[in-house]
Ligand binder design. Structure first.
Ligand code: SF4
Length: 393
């Protein structure tokens, strides 16, 4: 059995409303598909089981969408199906994403009984005007109450997602959000993800920006907020281990570390992305099409690259250089950086970009590892663009 950690991602496409900034594969108003989605997901797990028989699954991430809309017995069935057909590590990190308005004590108790070990809740802001701007349907009070319910259900590994850099957001309103969550239930969450708002193409927010109704935040102001955040969270006992992620007591997100370390993960559910045996793939995005494809599964030979699920829409074998660039663009987001010595020989083709970054104080080499400096993290995208220049192809 391979001892490389293997992640398993399960995508839940349901949301109560669609937030203005969101480009995830999530949909409001399709609740009537929930039981068919569940049946399809169970079928897809069974199709994957023989392929993953020799692998030990160290993390499961039930993401979305809003998985906390699902009843406890749905989550129980999914996790039982994994346990019965695959090798799920007894100490596996099992994360479920939640939103404050759908968190309920009885559901939380059943998630925990089913084996969920980590809750990741999308709070985003505690400022009423900012929540309205984002189309979030919960208020600050509900978010705090949901956190208390999560703790009361016994979860001792809880992440909160927050978003900064909103148009018109002052440093003070952001500071107020961060300071409040740090005091929830006495000592706040175990993990915080702070993402800068990005305007994603095709979202209602992008249309508002294009029409001039919304003016994006000034990048210098956003950088000031990011600097304050890093200092404040460090002072509160969090370790920054990735550009946007902070953990207490070593509770880094093991599933996301698999992504950032360019390791392997299987993926099921509409729109889910996976990486296995050198192949990147994604599942068909439409929940209806996903359900239809799994109702009468084709023979496995018909799935691309010999992958086991007929719901896989596309798959591509990753070339050596592409894989190195993937390892760099994800691994350099981590404070630990990457082990240059472990990269294959083709790394020499892009190494001059990293040498340039070191010469300019954007990256550093220490004990055989290459990592970005603070300045490098701030301009990481510029480094990544250079890695992708056609001269490297
Ligand atoms: S709740 Fe999350 S997944 Fe759903 S629309 Fe909002 S941001 Fe997107």
């Amino acid at each position: 059995m391979s001892h490389q950690p293997l992640g398993l991602y399960i995508h839940v496409p349901f949301c109560t409303v669609k937030c203005s900034y969101c480009d995830f594969n999530s949909f409001a108003g399709i609740e009537d598909l929930q039981s068919e989605w569940e049946a399809a997901a169970l079928t897809e797990l069974s199709l994957w089981a023989p392929r993953l028989r020799d692998r030990r699954i160290s993390t499961v991430f039930i993401g979305g969408g809003t998985p906390s809309l699902l009843p406890g017995d749905s989550i129980e069935q999914l996790l039982d199906s994994i346990r019965m057909q695959m090798h799920l590590a007894p100490d596996a990190e099992i994360t479920l994403e939640a939103n404050p308005e759908s968190v309920q004590p009885d559901r939380l108790a059943s998630y925990r009984a089913a084996g969920v070990s980590r809750i990741s809740m999308g709070v985003q802001s505690l400022n009423s005007a900012e929540l309205v701007f984002l189309d979030r349907i919960h208020g600050a009070d509900r978010a705090e109450a949901a956190f208390a319910e999560i703790r009361a259900a016994g979860f001792d590994n809880v992440n909160l997602d927050l978003i900064y850099g909103l148009p018109g957001q002052s440093l003070e309103t952001w500071q107020s959000t961060v300071n409040q969550v740090l005091n929830w239930c006495g000592d706040g969450p175990d993990h915080i993800s702070c993402y800068a708002l990005t305007v994603e193409e095709g979202t209602p927010l992008a249309a508002r920006v294009a029409s001039g109704r919304v003016i994006e935040a000034d990048p210098d102001h956003v950088a000031e907020i990011a600097d304050w955040t890093a200092e404040r969270l460090e002072q509160a006992g969090f370790e920054q281990y990735e550009t946007s992620n902070y953990a207490r007591r070593g509770l880094k997100c093991q599933h996301n570390l698999i992504y950032w370390r360019n390791q392997e993960y299987a993926a099921i559910g509409p729109g889910a992305h996976g990486f296995l045996d050198g192949v990147r793939f994604h599942v068909v995005r439409s929940p209806r099409a996903y359900i239809d494809r799994l109702r009468e599964p084709n023979s496995p030979e018909e799935a691309p690259e010999g992958l086991p699920s007929p719901a896989i829409a596309a798959a591509e074998r990753v070339g050596d250089l592409e894989n190195v660039i993937d390892a760099l663009t994800s691994g350099l987001r981590l404070v630990e950086g990457i082990d240059e010595g472990a990269l294959p020989a083709v790394y020499e083709r892009v190494r001059p970009v990293l040498d340039w970054a070191v010469e300019h104080g954007l990256a550093q080499r220490r004990s055989g590892r290459l990592s970005l400096t603070k300045r490098g993290h701030a301009v990481a995208n510029e480094i990544f663009v250079r890695l992708l220049e056609p001269t490297n192809a």
